[in-house]
Design a protein around this ligand. Structure first.
Ligand SMILES: *Cc1c(COP(=O)(O)O)cnc(C)c1O
Length: 228
């Protein structure tokens, strides 16, 4: 079931890349396993999936502890409060949701010496929701320069969670704004290679706009029944 779903999602990625004239090898699939247990992650791993995204930190760390026998790459895609940075620094390979320098500094300070630097993306509030997480686009360059200078982090790119769009064209317009910002940061000299955007509902539009990492939960694991 999960393995079949993974095949379908991979097929969607391949057709979206074909439609956009892109190399499917340059779009990574992140399986978002929040609210699903270790067995679901094992099933996805058996289906060839190695990279997983989690939102809720304590849930994620418990899950990791039940899966130490499998070589997996863990991405934090949920909000990071200042009092939770240590969990992220000690357990994750990636964090996609940096939007403040203070959090970035804590992650860098707390990253254990025996681990590789934490790979990070800045979350951008691309559609301007007033209460939404993410750095405003106009402040992204300044924050990116600071984060890029932190010793135990590697800044890889940008991440967005736009408001759900009613159709492909409206999703595309918003994702293209993120792509433009990404290119602006690259033109400034930042060596970025990751554009983390696109979920179950909008991965085609995100890929069309240049996404290099789609974060897919529902299409792989099914609907989420509970809030953790
Ligand atoms: C839950 C979540 C996803 C996956 O969403 P689906 O619509 O289930 O594919 C992707 N990114 C983030 C940040 C999420 O919280």
């Amino acid at each position: 079931m999960i393995a079949d779903n993974l095949q379908s999602v991979r097929a969607r990625i391949v057709s979206a890349c074909a439609a956009a004239g892109r190399d499917p090898g340059l779009v990574k699939l992140l399986a978002v396993s929040k609210t699903f247990g270790p067995q679901a992650v094992r099933a996805a791993h058996a289906g060839g999936q190695a990279e997983f995204g989690e939102n809720y930190l304590q849930e994620a760390v418990n899950k990791m502890a039940a899966l130490t026998d499998v070589p997996l790459v863990w991405h934090c895609i949920g909000p990071i409060q200042a009092n939770k940075t240590r969990l992220v620094a000690e357990h994750f390979d990636w964090a996609h949701t940096l939007d403040r320098l203070k959090i970035a500094q804590r992650l860098s300070d707390q990253r254990p010496g025996h681990l590789a630097p934490l790979q990070v993306c800045l979350q951008v509030n691309i559609d301007g929701g007033a209460t939404k997480a993410g750095v405003p686009p106009g402040e992204a360059l300044a924050l990116a320069r600071e984060v890029a200078g932190l010793p135990r982090l590697v800044l890889r790119g940008l991440m967005t969670i736009p408001e759900p769009a009613p159709d492909f064209p409206s999703a595309l317009v918003v994702h293209q704004r993120t792509r433009a910002l990404f290119e602006q940061l690259q033109a400034d000299g930042l060596r970025l290679d990751t554009l983390s955007m696109g979920m179950t509902a909008d991965l085609e539009a995100a890929i069309h706009a240049g996404s290099t990492m789609v974060r897919v939960g529902t299409a792989i694991f099914g609907g989420r029944l509970r809030a953790p």
